[in-house]
Design a protein around this ligand. Structure first.
Ligand SMILES: [Cu+2]
Length: 301
């Protein structure tokens, strides 16, 4: 997905779509169970014993991320219940070494007003996070984090075109030298984002799945991401594609149930989602115009 000013137009298009998409939906159910502590065996729930994950929870509200300001480094599972009334995403930005969050924030404001950016601006790296989530849904996305200073932002827009980040959905996150000790998650399905394709190894059936997302060849210098949308009963992927292009989602009832935000080439993320029978679409924001929209059907067991 697009997050930066250099791609502001696409960001506006996408986030407007997110905002509009939220209007036609009654909200999904949250079928994830609450963890008893920070460290729970998520994979055990998914049927993989012996796998321990470090789960950190950030509730997405209109308009704030509620959660810890400091977390250990290593494999980290971001669990994000959307408790707001709008779609939200979480994007983690690793700041260049030596750049503090307040310097980053000032630079963002300066860019917005004067268009000037500091030398280090291009050195920030988007390190993933839970993709678009409809109200009531819970996203769960795991990434491997190095120690450092990060910014956590939601660039989705409100009806009047204000980014959620401007309204409070932007905060610092310190990833400490201390290791989470979590192992890399296990997945039952692997999806490779390469060229203009979602290459799937495995079939999504009814129930909960953890999907490994490998970020490979990223054409046109634009990063991949994957957003998962549930389509309405009578909607096709063509309806979805047209709606995302034209932003006319009037009367539509599809909504987003998570996925994995941008990561650099060579990185891997994991996301967990519950699938009930129905029609779905995978959607890559930057490359959807080049065919990275794919419908799939989850059959009843
Ligand atoms: Cu938001």
């Amino acid at each position: 997905m697009i997050k930066y000013n250099c791609h502001l137009t696409m960001l506006l298009l996408f986030t407007t779509a997110m905002m509009v998409a939220a209007c036609g939906n009654s909200g999904g159910e949250n079928r994830m169970e609450s963890p008893d502590s920070d460290n729970i065996s998520m994979a055990q729930e998914a049927g993989h014993p012996q796998e321990s994950q470090h789960v950190v929870e950030y509730a997405a509200l209109d308009y704030v991320f509620a959660g810890p300001s400091e977390i250990p480094s290593g494999w980290t599972t971001f669990r994000m219940p959307n408790q707001g009334e709008e779609h939200h995403v979480m994007i983690l930005i690793e700041l260049p070494e030596g750049v503090s969050y307040s310097e980053y924030n000032e630079a963002r404001e300066r860019r917005a007003t004067s268009g000037e950016s500091p030398d280090w601006w291009g050195d920030q790296v988007v390190m993933g996070g839970p993709a678009a989530l409809a109200p009531g849904m819970t996203g769960q996305t795991s990434v491997l984090l190095d120690p450092g200073e990060y910014a956590m932002i939601c660039p989705v827009q409100t009806a009047d075109g204000t980014q959620h980040s401007e309204l409070g959905m932007m905060r610092p996150l310190t990833v400490t030298e201390e290791e989470s000790g979590a192992s890399e998650p296990e997945a039952d399905i692997t999806m490779t984002l390469s060229g203009h394709e979602f290459d799937m190894d495995g079939v999504i059936t009814e129930g909960r799945h953890t999907i490994r997302v490998r970020f490979e060849n990223q054409p046109e210098g634009k990063p991949h991401d994957v957003h998962l949308a549930r389509l309405g009963t009578n909607q096709t992927v063509e309806d979805f594609t047209t709606a995302m292009e034209s932003l006319d989602l009037t009367g539509s009832d599809f909504y987003f149930i998570g996925g994995a935000e941008d990561m650099p080439e060579g990185y891997t993320a994991y996301f967990t989602a519950d699938f009930e029978p129905g029609r779905y679409a995978f959607w890559c924001h930057y490359h959807s115009g080049d065919g990275m929209v794919e419908e799939f059907i989850v059959e009843p067991l």
